[in-house]
Design a protein around this ligand. Sequence first.
Ligand code: TF8
Length: 335
Amino acid sequence: MRMRFALAGLVAALVATGAAHAQDFKPRIVRFGYGLVDNSNQGRAVRFFAQEVEKATGGKMKIRGIGNASLGSDTQMQQALIGGAQEMMVGSTATLVGLVPEMAVWDTPFLFSTAKEADTVLDGPTGEAVKAKLEPKGMVGLVYWENGFRNLTNSKRPVTKLEDLNDVKLRVMQNNVFLDSFKTLGANAVPLPFSELFTALETRAVDGQENPYNTVLSSKFYEVQKYLTVTNHVYSPWIVTVSKKWWDTLSPAEKKVLQDAAVKSRDFERKDTREEAAQALAELKTKGMQVNELPAAEANRMREKLTSVHAGIAKSVGQETWDSVNAAVAKARGG
Ligand code: TF8
């Protein structure tokens, strides 16, 4: 009897400290899809995550990172997660807006002015609340990663003033906030999945696009885009999601391994992305891109014009989400 209590106590202690053993894990193969190339910040962070999970499960749970949108575009992968045909993915929050309208709040132009603000809000209660909206839709959100501040590239001309955008056919992500924002700025905005973007730029089906420096570099957009304008018009998060159908079959120990590895991967990914971004602009110049900053007066004009999309965002995400995100940003700024 006493022995049994002692054993029960030991088990309880192990569970409480989170100690796990190989026998807690079933052999599993996890398909983790992403849209960028293997040699990108996204690919590196998926491999980091895979190593963490394999270490923590004694090699029982194997993460197969599958990049290049080989498993489909973001929206196709989301459907595969919901249906249970794929276990995990990472992609833009912007492509989730069709399923979770609240995600559009992150696409608000100039919402965050520093990466630190973004981290504070995304990892805090407001970011969690938006992430939690995924579950009823069939996905579990683990963590936000950094895609980063977006900048404009095109093959027509250096954009030095707003009017330079007027006849630019600009690919945007498939989401109304991006569409409205760039229409408001006067561009001819065309929604396209990322997986079709390089070809569209190469064949000049579109003239330009906007993405962080890291992606312009890793996706080799410098081969088909001459001009880069530093706009930092919006900070894009990525989000790591899991199929809810699959998640519900996991043991608590398995869930904990995934959650812990996701947090470690987030810290790794943000650091890696920021280090790469700090070097990327110089590298893009050596690849032949012509880079210009927007003059302050033009940047202000852009910012002012874009405030007109706020009402539409508030309406689609709901006033409560809009207010809480703005309050969280103000707090992160120390206001
Ligand atoms: C875009 C995004 C993409 C990401 C990536 C495929 O422009 O920034 O780079 O969603 O996960 O579509």
